[in-house]
Write a protein that binds this ligand. Structure first.
Ligand code: A3P
Length: 339
């Protein structure tokens, strides 16, 4: 794989004119197999091309307040869930469970992606938002500006086999719903698996991304909370308590007694969110290439990889993961146990 030059993000490149965009697109290595989104190799990661100007803008202009919260995830690791849980927790005194914004808005509407906020060719003034505000991003740690560390970061990851399977389904679904051609070809699961294993997947390499946040969570545990999808699924209540504490709004004894923690877990559960009309919507937005809300709710299970990957594939990905994470103290071995 050709190594790409390390592009600094000067102000002039944040919001690119079509001409600049064209020049940049010619400079960064491109990869088109993950239809419908092209990937470009930007600062050592394969990022969706459409978000690269926004990444640059974030790198130059994202200045969160210390009270703000940034949720970062690897794509298909449970972003939607983490957004819902964090939003419901932070704003629990403002809304009742029977008339909650999460009942009529998608979690992505309640917690915006920085990549979307910074993609409008003007620098957003985030300081006008209430403090604290929750933002989300899919950015790898090395791509975050230093200023991002002034707020608290919650990072969520997931076993790479399940991440891959979820990613492949999501891209298939997006391709079908966003395609304007009748017969756009999809990416075969085996080919996609090979690419993922080589690090050539959206947001990849998977391991570099996870390690970035893992190491930072060890270095500054007060700034970066490292969470895993499998552990949250196993015990959502204690993880929600941990999350609430980290984002600065721990549950009181009274709330514990009244079952508020359990109520939030229930409100944000896969089964509950998936059944809401707003999240069942099958309409994609062709204009801004946004997949339908329903594509963020598939099975919500741990270990679904077993239905798609052969044992040989699973062992191969496990071996790569073991080697890449060797010596870091991070391991996905416990999540490999068959469901
Ligand atoms: P599957 O495709 O394995 O079902 P992201 O939100 O980062 O795009 O991740 C999507 C994955 O999280 C999908 O996994 C989706 O079904 C699952 N998911 C969505 N909402 C969830 C929830 N409330 N609880 C648990 N998993 C959820």
């Amino acid at each position: 794989m050709a190594s790409s030059p390390n592009y600094a993000p000067p102000f002039s490149q944040c919001f690119l004119s079509p001409r600049n965009q064209l020049t940049l697109q010619h400079q960064l290595p491109i990869f088109n197999d993950w239809s419908p989104f092209s990937l470009r190799h930007y600062q050592s990661f394969w990022m969706p091309a459409m978000f690269i100007p926004a990444c640059m803008a974030i790198q130059s202009h994202f200045n969160p307040r210390p009270s703000d919260i940034l949720l970062v995830t690897s794509p298909k690791s449970g972003t939607t869930w983490l957004k819902a849980l964090s939003f419901a927790t932070l704003h629990r005194h403002s809304f009742s469970f029977s008339d909650h914004p999460l009942l009529s808005n998608t979690p992505h509407q309640c917690v915006p992606f920085l990549e979307s906020l910074f993609s409008h060719r003007t620098i957003p003034d985030l300081n006008v938002l209430p403090s604290p505000t929750i933002f989300a991003a899919h950015l790898p740690f090395p791509l975050l500006p230093q200023s991002a560390l002034s707020c608290r970061i919650v990072y969520l990851c997931r076993d790479p086999k399940d991440t891959f399977v979820s990613l492949w389904h999501f891209f298939e679904r997006s391709r079908i719903s966003l395609s304007t051609e009748d017969k756009s070809e999809g990416l075969d699961l085996n080919k996609a698996f090979q690419l993922f294993s080589q690090g050539m997947a959206p947001g990849g390499p998977f391991w570099d991304r996870v390690l970035g946040y893992w190491k930072e969570s060890l270095r500054r545990p007060e700034k970066v909370l490292f969470l895993r999808y499998e552990e949250m699924m196993e015990d959502p209540v204690s993880h929600l308590r941990k999350l609430a504490e980290f984002i600065g709004c721990p549950f009181s004894t009274e709330e514990e007694k009244n079952g508020v923690v359990e109520d939030i877990v229930k409100l944000c559960s896969f089964d509950n969110l998936r059944e809401l009309k707003v999240n069942k919507d099958n309409k994609a937005s062709l204009e801004d290439k946004r997949p339908p809300p329903s594509s963020f709710f598939r099975k919500g299970k741990v270990g679904d990889w077993v239905n798609y990957l052969s044992m040989e594939m699973a062992e191969s990905l496990d071996a790569i993961t073991k080697e890449k994470l060797h010596g870091s103290g991070l391991s996905f071995e416990s999540s490999t146990v068959l469901p």
